[in-house]
Design a binder for this molecule. Sequence first.
Ligand code: NAD
Length: 281
Amino acid sequence: MILIDGKKAAAELREELKKEVSELKTKYNKVPGLTVILIGDMAPSQIYVRNKEKSANEVGLKSEVIKYPEAVEEKTILDKIEELNNDETVSGILVQLPLPKHIDKQKVIEAIAPSKDVDGFHPMNVGNLSSGYESSVPCTPLGCYLMIKKIEPNLNGKKAVMVGRSNLNGKPMAQLLLKENCTVTITHSKTKDLKAECLEADIIVAAVGIPELVKADWVKKDAIVIDVGINKTDKGIVGDVAFEEVSKVAKALTPVPGGVGPMTIACLLKNTIECFKRSQR
Ligand code: NAD
């Protein structure tokens, strides 16, 4: 079984991106810039943002974190986004989710210029991705996609099953694999026989939020299994896939932690660089 090492894959990607940033600096005499807006003091968001900033600096991006207190008005955020949309030194804008309840998430997402939307959540990017046009792609599925392609460069005709249909994971992941000529099934909480659907799959991507939902007897021999889930349990952090037993059946499997997570951040940097390059055309 191939244990897909997300930390190693992310380190390799960061190395490539570092080289690219240095070439862009030589060519344009400036570097891509990532601005993250962080609202409130929720511990997980603080950690995510700190890691994003650290990784951005590591590859040579110009990075900035703008912090606001939990009670900040929605208008203040929307005005700041407009200012950043018009700031040439900012290539990518990310507003760390979740947001406080009094701030309309969709309004914030739609305020970000699609050309600077490094999360790929703007409806324009969602539409472009589903139409097969150039777009920013949400970072987590992009990372999963790159890891799958490393294992299996030719995905023509493969059966792929998404477990979970979120806008963040299942849906964009399905679009990426469809573009690679996979036959894609998207399952969700109302799917009648999830086990039977999974058993058909050459590729399973589990993004549900239920600890160890996907069992060994759901997995076809030699399937590629990508585990997006992050679940806090009594025995520590586990994914949506029963790792030990599935590792005996799968051809390749991502661990949790150390699989999809590190690649998500590396892909945010990749998206920032792509936004910069498109802005220079
Ligand atoms: P979400 O809650 O938005 O969506 C969960 C999906 O799972 C829904 O589409 C729902 O229909 C489906 N679902 C729920 N119960 C189900 C069941 N019994 N059978 C089949 N499908 C079922 O979740 P999300 O934002 O996509 O996140 C999913 C998991 O991935 C969470 O554990 C989250 O923490 C993790 N996550 C990890 C990363 C990362 O970088 N590794 C990034 C984002 C999310």
